[in-house]
Every structure is written in structure tokens, then in C-alpha cells.
Design a protein around this ligand. Structure first.
Ligand code: ZN
Length: 114
């Protein structure tokens, strides 16, 4: 489950940032996860529960916003969203030359604490 290693590096980033900002307890964390990052929100939540056990994360709420996969057709420049990543076909011209412009992202949007 690669969500474990993803979450592990997210928590490292948060720990580092919390130290720099003098934060002792994180209350809320918001992640943005592109559907093409292949990280499942449920697995990320599970990884968070398993890994974020110290005082810093006590009571913290993890919110995950999923972002659709957005593509642009190379043939007709038609932009479209994908809900199924096995079907990279342009709905406008049925072309198969598509470029993914977003959906791979996985980052901490913000976190709050004191
Ligand atoms: Zn097209």
C-alpha cells in the first residue's frame, strides 16, 4: 500500500513545519489528492490513523479533497475531465492523444493548529 509511504512523508513535512512555526497540536489538515495520483482517500485516512499517533496529531481532523483528472486533447484542444482513467479518449473527436493537465497532484493544502 503506497499510501503508507505517502502519508509518512506528509507527516514528516507537517512535523517539520510545526516545529518551525511553534505549533504543538495540529487540529486540522487538508490534503488535495488527484485521482490520478492513485492514492485512495480511505487508505490515506487509515495510514494517518496508523502513523500519526504522537501528541502533535492528537484529535487532528484529516480532510481530503479529491480532484478529477483533467485532460486536453492534442488533436482538437478540447479540455475534458476523466472519471475513468482507463479511458483516455477525447469525447469531442474520439482522439487518443491526450495530455493530462491535472490529477497527479498530492499536497497539503493547509493545516491549522496551535
Ligand atoms: Zn479531441
Amino acid at each position: 500500500m503506497h499510501e503508507i509511504s505517502l502519508m509518512s512523508s506528509i507527516l514528516d513535512t507537517l512535523r517539520e513545519s510545526a516545529i518551525q512555526n511553534g505549533i504543538n497540536n495540529i487540529k486540522q489538515i487538508k490534503l488535495v489528492v488527484g485521482k490520478f495520483s492513485m492514492a485512495l482517500p480511505d487508505s490515506l485516512l487509515f495510514a494517518f490513523e496508523a502513523l500519526g499517533r504522537e501528541e502533535l496529531f492528537k484529535g487532528a481532523v484529516l480532510e481530503i479533497e479529491e480532484r478529477d483528472i483533467k485532460c486536453i486533447c492534442q488533436d482538437c484542444q478540447h479540455p475534458f475531465s476523466l472519471d475513468n482513467y482507463y479511458n483516455f479518449v477525447c469525447p469531442n473527436c474520439t482522439g487518443r492523444k491526450t495530455e493530462i493537465v491535472s490529477g497527479r497532484e498530492l499536497y497539503i493544502d493547509y493545516y491549522e493548529g496551535d
